[in-house]
Design a protein around this ligand. Sequence first.
Ligand SMILES: Nc1ncnc2c1ncn2[C@@H]1O[C@H](COP(=O)(O)OP(=O)(O)OP(=O)(O)O)[C@@H](O)[C@H]1O
Length: 357
Amino acid sequence: MGIELQNITKKFTDYTALDNISLNIASGELIALLGPSGCGKTTLLRIIAGLESADSGKIILEGKDTTNLPPREKNVGFVFQHYALFRRLNVYENVAFGLKVLPRSKRPSKSEIKDRVEHLLKLVQMEWALKRYPSQLSGGQRQRVALARALAVNPRVLLLDEPFSALDAKVRQELRRWLRKLHDEIHVTSIFVTHDQEEALELADRIVVINKGKIEQQGTPQEVYDHPANAFVYNFLGNVNVFHGRVHEGMVTLGGHSVDAPDELKNSAEKTSQTFVRPHEIGISKIRSEGNDLEGTIREIRLLGGQIGLNIECEGFDQPIDAEIPRELYLNLQLKKGDRVFVTFNKVKVFACDYEI
Ligand SMILES: Nc1ncnc2c1ncn2[C@@H]1O[C@H](COP(=O)(O)OP(=O)(O)OP(=O)(O)O)[C@@H](O)[C@H]1O
């Protein structure tokens, strides 16, 4: 077992930042902690690193209880959002730093340090920049050096706190792929904090969705995306239309429209409900057929890379519906603003409203 978090609770005065968090992370796994701003991700990371202490609970790193160890003895590598390189040291010295300050008994020899630093800089593709100073590097390059520096001391665990969030979208995406590849080579148990669902979906072996100091769901990217456990996760992972309605006699009403209620709600008393439909799970047609009696008018057409986004005003609905269709279908149907279309919900998920978002 890589990391075991047992019942971690942390309060700041009377505000509960972490509420009884338990989580197991396998050795070599890359986990994303995903959640909105203020949900407690950074606090959890800082507690694992020993930079903050929990009010209660235990942190077991590779079978060893490290709850009360100071950061130095935990052997954890940390990469922060803001570049934390030493400005007065060049790239080589930055990466070597953690090794040079080890106690004499643990410190490798000069030539071992040199080999290790060169190896790490090769790994992060920065070996050409040995003598450069941080100010002579781009943001993405600095973060790669920061990663090499964190890895230099052979950490048991690597903690990454939004390491790419200060970078522009293109570099971010590149580094994300690069980190995934690097992780596949070195397999260090890693926890990556992000509020960006795309980043979590693309990068992680497993995603842990956190909200208000609690774990809402954990699973592979596919599991949490395809089977969100509750309304919060549905909303947080990807664009989604949310329709407010009622569950009544086995049906869910949305606007003037109704669909079958899911089994677990079939026999429930009348309740308000939220129905979730992802934009790409909506079918569009110009011809009415069985099952697509929902009619609307296209108000807006947007180009979204390979897909086309449609904003459709539907009768009986108090908000427009966002749909995404393949470009080919869009061209075949020759859609334009103001067209009347028929709308089908190919997949809907209904939650009874006992959940506050
Ligand atoms: N030292 C502190 N004193 C008081 N409150 C704090 C302290 N540190 C964090 N908090 C509060 O605890 C909550 C969780 O903070 P945390 O930084 O863990 O959130 P986060 O999920 O990492 O958010 P972000 O994505 O914005 O960094 C926030 O409401 C924050 O205001």
